[in-house]
Every structure is written in structure tokens, then in C-alpha cells.
Design a protein around this ligand. Structure first.
Ligand SMILES: Nc1ncnc2c1ncn2[C@@H]1O[C@H](COP(=O)(O)OP(=O)(O)OP(=O)(O)O)[C@@H](O)[C@H]1O
Ligand SMILES: [Mg+2]
Length: 372
């Protein structure tokens, strides 16, 4: 098969957006936020996905910049492997799938509607709430003058449509109106978007990788985020600092437990809420979903990542590859499994790589140690 890998490299996105950054931000005397490119793909990730796909396919590399449409039109691949998050706006993850739909090219992962709904955390939560899927109470606030008089603290304040813990710092948990106001102002200034203000849940936290398409979902071993391993005095959250500053390949933060130590009852409750979420939000092929227990021990959905992070180096603690490894998948098998799931949906042939895309435990000899 001819597969086009569509990615958003840090270099490519910086180049595409340089005029915007310089004209808009620097003219106002402002620096762009230091985590601006946190969601873009590193060269290491792009190469790892390329090599995984090359095991079975001819692979064309396409940066998700303005030329992407033309390149796709010229190349006419059989399938797009989409990891392109792009950079600005609540619809940025939908750009490439939308182009694919215009050009009638099959692509991996969720469709533009699901990607946009999940990126805007409030829209995803509205749908979940309508279907009575537990998730923390919330409101969206753009202007600090709109802060309601009566609120129950502590609250957590996040940018409305970011990921990779951008804008979620240790001080994002607020205890009073003054702290909340400062955070809303900061999010508006740095990220140019409203804040989502949520009830702060203090229970155990998990992140759950999913492969497949409802009802044929494979829920990967559940990863627990053990807040007790954070530096002393840190808030019990998986913050930007925890993800990118305190956790480095030479000094990894021992914050993950996979598979999580769970009673049968809790495991079933988490898996049920994950299955329901995938069905209601029409998740396709793969995703990583964050869950936290409320004060009654009920699993709440924190957020849904239909374009999950896939750093290949196990020491970088990327949770979907970590969960897949625990299930016996090598990195290459994980990537080719996603191709299989997309092919199945489109009625494309999945031989010969279907066999390859099973866990090492099922396919002895194919190994689960890739990239480690
Ligand atoms: N309502 C909440 N109650 C308690 N903790 C929360 C809540 N919302 C977020 N958190 C904490 O903040 C972290 C980051 O929040 P969230 O997952 O929404 O951000 P993100 O940037 O979209 O993450 P990702 O890197 O998974 O894309 C969570 O992993 C969790 O530790
Ligand atoms: Mg998250």
C-alpha cells in the first residue's frame, strides 16, 4: 500500500507560523508561550512511525503545512496515517482529516467532528453529560468579570483547547477568586482562548489506551498516575512540569504503574466508562482517555485524546505506547495495528500485516522490545 504519513513537525510548524508569530506577537512586544510547540512531533517520533510503516508499505512523508493539500492531490496515497495536530485554533486537529475527506482519501483515526469536539474540552463534556457519563462539573470563562460570585473551591483552570498539559501548571489548582482570576487572565494572554474551570477531583488518576472501533474495542492495560511520586509539595496533578520538566530520560519520574493495581469492580467500572465514551464520541481506531475518581470513587472522564501522543522512547513515558507494550505490542506493531483498524473500516485489505499487528504474546518471535 502507498501510505502518506501526515505529521506536524516542530520545525515545520515553526516555519509555517513564523510570519504569524512575528507580526502578531512580537509587534505587541510579547513572547510566544514557551510550550508553543509542545504538541508538535519530534523528529524521533516522525522517524519511528515512518520506519514502522515501511515494514509493509511504501511511505510518503508530508508535513501538515499549506502544501499538504497539493501534495495529497499529487500523490494520491491509498491511506493517510494521520498524526498531524497542527498548531492554532480549536479545529486544528481536523484540518488534515477534512482535506482527506475532500480528496476521498482514507485516513487513520477519528473524523474531523470528533477531533474538534474532543479538543474543545467543554464540547466533549457537554456530550458526555447529556448521556450521564460522569465528568467534573465545569464552566467556560473568558472574561474575569464573568466569574460567578459563588463557587466551590478548589478548582482547576485549564486552557479550553490545548493538550500535552499546555497551560496546566502546578498553580492551575486555585483556592479562591483571586487565584482563579489570575489564571483566567494568564490563559487568555498566553493562549488567546477561554479557560475551562472544573471541579478539582482528588481521587486516583488513570489513563487508558484504546485500540479498535466500537463495539470491537481493545482496552489496553490501564496506566495509573501515582501522584505520590511527584516532588514534595507538588499538587497531585499530571502538570506541564510533571510531563516535561521533572520527567527527563536521564531522570525519569517513577509516576506510572501499568497495569494499575485495581479491584475487579473498579477495573470493570473504568472499562465501562471508556467503552461508553468511545461509542458516544465516535472514536475511531485509537485513543487515550484520562480518568480520575471522584470523592465517591466513581470514575470520571477528564478528557479524550483521539490523536494520542506516541513518543517511541520508553524512557519518555508516553502513555499509549507504554500501555501497548504492557499488552505485548512493540511500537511497530502498535502503529501497524492502527493501519489495520483503519483498513478494516474502509474495507481495504489488511494482509499481510494483520498477523504482525498482534501482541508479541500471541505472535511469538516477533518481540515486544522494539525501540526500548
Ligand atoms: N477536573 C480535574 N480534577 C483533577 N485533576 C485534573 C482535572 N482536570 C485535569 N486534571 C489534572 O491535570 C492533568 C492535565 O489535564 P488534562 O488531561 O485535561 O490536560 P491535557 O493537556 O489535555 O493532557 P494531555 O497531555 O493528556 O493531552 C490531568 O492529567 C490531571 O492530573
Ligand atoms: Mg490529559
Amino acid at each position: 500500500m502507498k501510505i502518506a504519513l501526515l505529521f506536524s513537525s516542530k520545525r515545520g510548524m515553526a516555519r509555517a507560523l513564523a510570519p504569524f508569530l512575528f507580526e502578531d506577537r512580537v509587534e505587541e512586544g510579547e513572547e510566544p508561550p514557551p510550550d508553543l510547540l509542545a504538541e508538535c512531533d519530534s523528529d524521533e517520533t516522525i522517524t519511528a512511525v515512518q520506519q514502522a510503516l515501511q515494514k509493509f508499505h511504501q511511505v510518503i512523508m508530508i508535513e501538515s503545512d499549506e502544501q499538504a493539500y497539493l501534495r495529497l492531490m499529487e500523490e494520491k496515497p491509498d491511506l493517510v496515517f494521520n498524526i498531524a495536530e497542527r498548531l492554532f485554533g480549536p479545529n486544528r486537529e481536523s484540518h488534515i482529516p477534512t482535506i482527506c475527506e475532500m480528496l476521498n482519501i482514507p485516513y487513520t483515526g477519528s473524523d474531523p467532528l470528533t477531533l474538534a469536539i474532543c479538543l474543545d474540552k467543554s464540547r466533549a463534556k457537554e456530550i458526555l453529560s447529556y448521556h450521564r457519563i460522569p465528568n467534573p462539573d465545569f464552566r467556560v470563562i473568558e472574561n474575569p468579570d464573568d466569574i460567578p460570585a459563588r463557587l466551590k473551591y478548589p478548582l482547576i483552570v485549564k486552557p479550553l483547547y490545548e493538550g500535552s498539559s499546555k497551560g496546566i501548571k502546578d498553580n492551575s489548582v486555585v483556592n479562591n477568586r483571586r487565584e482563579l482570576k489570575a489564571k483566567i487572565v494568564e490563559i487568555k494572554k498566553l493562549y488567546d482562548q477561554p479557560a475551562i474551570v472544573e471541579k478539582f477531583l482528588t481521587g486516583r488518576e488513570f489513563t487508558v489506551g484504546v485500540l479498535g472501533n466500537y463495539p470491537d474495542l481493545e482496552i489496553l492495560p490501564i496506566v495509573e498516575i501515582d501522584h505520590s511520586q511527584l516532588p514534595a509539595g507538588a499538587r497531585p496533578i499530571y502538570s506541564y512540569e510533571a510531563k516535561w520538566v521533572w520527567d527527563t530520560p536521564d531522570r525519569p519520574l517513577e509516576i506510572f504503574c501499568c497495569p494499575a493495581d485495581l479491584s475487579e469492580e473498579l477495573k470493570n467500572a473504568i472499562e465501562k466508562v471508556i467503552r461508553d465514551t468511545c461509542r458516544l464520541l465516535r472514536i475511531r481506531d485509537w485513543a487515550r482517555i484520562d480518568v480520575r475518581l471522584d470523592e465517591r470513587g466513581v470514575p470520571n472522564i477528564l478528557e479524550i485524546n483521539p490523536l494520542p501522543g506516541i513518543l517511541p522512547n520508553p524512557e519518555e513515558n508516553s502513555c499509549l505506547p507504554k500501555a501497548a507494550r504492557a499488552a505485548g505490542y512493540s511500537y511497530d506493531q502498535l502503529i501497524n495495528r492502527v493501519v489495520c483498524e483503519a483498513c478494516r473500516r474502509y474495507g481495504l485489505s489488511v494482509e499481510p500485516y494483520r498477523e504482525y499487528s498482534r501482541p508479541a504474546a500471541v505472535m511469538p518471535g516477533l518481540g515486544g522490545t522494539d525501540g526500548r
